[in-house]
Design a protein around this ligand. Structure first.
Ligand code: NAP
Length: 464
């Protein structure tokens, strides 16, 4: 299927779209280039008025936008509402703070005056994933537009209605024509757009393969990129943890967005002394979850977004089991479907699953599990826990649960990740930079770092 909304809860095709032709893409690139020439000269005050208007539209129509997301990618309706609210918060954050983030920075030298001025670069291409169809895009768009850049969005092919809705919101908010355009295109059209001289930079959130492909196209054209890629975040629980709180948060952390979150806790690394207690509580809570229709208020876990994501996850679990892993909960999709109403049996449902006794070398040690599957590891010491946490090729986030200040400091210092959260789940917050190291990508979004990702830090030297 090309570009289409397909309801993950039923498998039915809701809306299909034809990809833009080369001539249509050309028209949009030209419009972006023209728009930039005037948009770059608008004031922060004017941009902030438009961005606040976008926040107002998001809030006023949050139920409608949440429904669009649920219909296209299956997130729980209430999670969609929260996502739209967070986008509104983000827009207001950058409307308030962009002027200070991009104000001239004086540097004292021998010059009469020297300073750094931050200026926009031009049209930035954003290649975005389906898992947070609004948040991922606004996380790019709000700072980019406040900085005076213009945006081109290539959204994931399964969320075209979300993509079109976002363009419409920004236009309705007052942003001039051409300042933010959705390109309904397939992934194979991205490299040519990156190479086009009217596009000055690119950002991608998604898989390692997509990131590498975009970065290589951008490398050939000598254009800057920011990449937010996958993760297999550790959730370390030590002997000094508040275990009950850790269990409750572990359930939320693993299952948020039906388990399809880059910064979800995926590998649960437990110190021996609390392992049994943690596992018993975790299993009990997973067993009590209600899987089903994402629009129902009492559903805990909805469907996965696409059949491809579902089959990859099922394959990963099956490979772990074949190599000797023990299934504590779930792991059997056929059994889950049998327990569901016939109307839901063609949905992309997968049971909440916990695997333990994972044999070294199985996929749990090296691959990202993008769905509701928790991987449990038991270790004897904090040294071992940190070594295991750092042993993947990823480095997005890490969460550690301990009340001991020395252990906290060790985790902060020694966990290899773009973010370490102590006694908290890893989360994104407009006020803090977000991004990874190693194969989780490079560059940062959000906060001051995010808005400075795509600007010219122009050095100015004034001499009498
Ligand atoms: P994906 O296949 O990489 O898709 C993401 C986007 O990249 C889509 O718009 C996709 O377009 C496009 N794309 C795919 N292949 C491409 C290529 N060769 N060149 C250019 N663009 C290409 O990602 P996914 O597997 O659906 O999404 C889940 C991944 O995203 C997970 O690994 C997750 O951890 C990661 N993620 C990371 C973050 C973060 O902030 N670090 C946040 C959310 C998700 P099509 O849909 O048309 O293929």
């Amino acid at each position: 299927m090309g570009i289409a909304s397909i309801n993950p809860a039923t498998g039915s095709v809701v809306h299909e779209f034809s990809p833009l032709t080369t001539a249509e893409v050309e028209g949009k690139l030209e419009r972006a280039a023209i728009a930039f020439q005037s948009y770059r000269n608008t004031s922060f005050e004017q941009r902030a008025v438009w961005l606040r208007a976008a926040a107002d539209i998001l809030e006023a129509r949050k139920d409608e936008f949440a429904q669009t997301m649920t219909l296209e990618m299956g997130k729980l309706l209430r999670a969609g509402v929260a996502e739209v609210e967070k986008c509104a918060l983000l827009c207001r954050y950058y409307a308030d703070h962009a002027p200070e983030f991009l104000a001239d920075v004086s540097v004292s030298t021998e010059a009469q005056r020297s300073f750094v001025r931050y200026q926009p670069l031009g049209a930035v291409l954003a290649v975005m994933p389906w898992n947070f169809p609004f948040w991922q895009v606004f996380r790019f768009a709000a700072p980019a537009l406040m900085a005076g850049n213009v945006g081109l969005l290539k959204h994931a092919s399964n969320v075209p209605q979300s993509a079109l809705a976002i363009e419409a919101i920004l236009r309705e908010a007052g942003f001039p024509e051409g300042t933010f355009q959705t390109l309904l295109i397939g992934a194979q059209q991205v490299a040519d757009i990156v190479a086009d001289p009217r596009v000055v930079a690119a950002t991608l959130t998604g898989s390692e393969a997509a990131g590498a492909s975009l970065a290589s196209a951008a490398g050939k054209a000598l254009k800057p990129t920011v990449l937010e890629l996958g993760g297999s975040d550790p959730f370390v629980v030590t002997a000094y943890a508040d275990v009950d709180t850790a269990i409750a948060q572990a359930v939320t952390g693993r299952l948020l967005n039906n388990g399809q979150t880059c910064i979800a806790a995926k590998r649960f690394i437990l110190l021996e002394s609390i392992a049994d207690q943690f596992t018993a509580g975790f299993v009990e809570r997973f067993n009590a979850l209600k899987v089903g229709d994402p629009t129902n208020a009492d559903t805990d876990l909805g469907p996965l977004s696409t059949p491809a994501i579902l089959s990859e996850l099922e394959d990963q679990v099956n490979r772990c089991i074949a190599q000797g892993a023990k299934v504590l909960v779930g792991g059997d999709r056929a059994a889950l479907l049998k327990s569901m109403p016939t109307s839901q049996q063609s949905g992309n449902y997968y049971p909440a699953t916990i695997l333990s006794e994972l044999p070294p070398g199985c996929p749990a040690y090296s691959e990202e599990f993008f769905g509701p599957v928790a991987l449990l590891f038991t270790v004897k010491t904090l040294d071992e826990a940190i070594a295991l946490a750092n042993s993947t090729a990823f480095g997005l986030g890490a969460s550690a649960w301990t009340q001991d200040p020395q252990e906290q400091e060790r985790c902060i210092q020694e966990l290899d990740a773009g973010a370490v959260f102590i006694n908290s789940l890893v989360k994104s917050d407009p006020r803090l930079p977000f991004g990874g190291i190693k194969r989780s990508g490079y560059g940062r979004e959000l906060s001051v770092e995010g808005i400075r990702a795509f600007v010219n830090a122009k050095t100015v030297w004034l001499q009498a």
